[in-house]
Design a protein around this ligand. Structure first.
Ligand code: A2R
Length: 323
């Protein structure tokens, strides 16, 4: 089986490639990246993962990559993934996420035949639901209320997946992933940023204070290592045309997160101060998912305890990777 992971050098892509290389040696693994300079932690995948230089915005380049590889499975992760950047440059986010995915779908459609119809997993997002989870968490039937250009781009990707399945019978599985983090997460994302700051404090690079925003906000976090296993199970067991939440089903407030992160610091005490950049439009609210549909379809259960395994692992990662 040949698998093509778009955005393989990204946070999830790297963990997915590692998971597939370790647990599925039978798979021929391909990945796209904008440049062929792989991050150092992907060195061990040399010879195992074939890189293809490909900008997802470039229709011809995407067509060439997909027709060269002819994958049985595509896991489409390449995207502008950062909500805050989407406020600053909405058109770039909409273009890469929506037109980029259209380029992937059209390239596959051009190759489709009775003998060729690959499975495609697309990475949609909890951001599509908005900020006010009902009791029991957002289900796949909850209304979509995108609040940012990023969220809007993910709604479009999601419904594009539905449309290509319904119009052309393409085998598209839509996954709405809730917050996920883990070692190697870019520090622009909250939890990884807090963990890195604690390590900067330990190394004397930052005063013993953490800049925080709305600590009452509640999110549903899953470890990325559980998420990539979920993506693989989705490929094996989920139904094309369907949409599934991947989440823990449990909410955790940023106050709880900060308490755990600061408790791990070798420098005490750490003072909390308001973030000088102020509150962002994406702060606040309660985003919790309901994972019943996905768990029933696949048997998946998250294994990592977010507060007591994932967060310490991220702190350890920064202790070993901050110079
Ligand atoms: O920025 P780069 O060069 O590291 O590449 C990122 C890639 N990417 C692109 N690849 C090809 N053409 C583009 N125009 C383009 N723009 C971005 O997508 C990176 O390798 C990858 C995204 O990785 P991260 O930003 O680390 O996101 P993460 O957390 O891995 O998210 C994976 C998927 C995305 O669709 C998110 O929207 C969703 O899961 O949550």
């Amino acid at each position: 089986m040949k698998i093509l992971v778009t955005g393989v050098t990204g946070f999830v892509g790297g963990h997915l490639a590692e998971f597939l290389a370790v647990h599925h040696p039978e798979i021929e693994l391909h990945g796209t990246a904008r440049t062929l300079e792989a991050p150092h932690y992907m060195e061990f995948l040399k010879g195992r993962l074939r890189f293809h230089e490909c900008d997802i915005d470039d229709k011809r380049g995407v067509e060439k990559t997909i027709s060269d590889v002819f994958p049985d499975v595509i896991i489409h992760l390449a995207a502008q993934s950062y909500v805050n950047s989407s406020w600053e440059r909405p058109e770039a986010t909409l273009h890469t996420n929506i037109i980029g995915q259209s380029n992937v779908f059209e390239a596959v459609r051009g190759l489709m035949s009775d003998a060729y119809n690959p499975t495609i997993l697309i990475a949609c997002s909890s951001e599509e639901y908005g900020f006010h989870a009902p009791v029991g968490g957002f289900t796949e039937a909850s209304p979509l209320r995108p609040h940012s250009p990023y969220a809007l781009s993910k709604v479009a990707q999601d419904y594009m997946g539905y449309q290509y399945w319904s119009a052309y019978g393409m085998k598209i599985i839509r996954i709405r992933a809730f917050n996920h983090t883990g070692p190697r997460r870019d520090p622009v994302f909250g939890v990884s940023g807090f963990c890195r700051k604690v390590v900067e404090i330990e190394k004397g690079m930052h005063p013993p204070q953490l800049e925080t925003r709305d600590l009452t906000a509640v999110r549903d976090f899953t470890d990325v290592r559980d998420v990539v296993q979920a993506y693989w199970l989705a490929i094996e067991r989920c139904r094309a045309g369907e949409v599934y939440n991947v989440c823990s089903g449990k909410g955790v407030s940023f106050r709880e997160i900060i308490n755990v992160v600061t408790s791990l610091s070798r420098v005490q005490p750490i003072t909390l101060v308001p973030d000088p950049k102020g509150v962002r439009p994406t702060d606040g609210g309660v985003i919790i998912g309901n994972n019943k549909k996905f768990c029933q379809a696949t048997g998946w259960q998250p294994h990592y305890d977010f507060l007591h395994q994932t967060i310490p692992d991220i702190v350890e990662y920064w202790r070993g990777n901050l110079t």
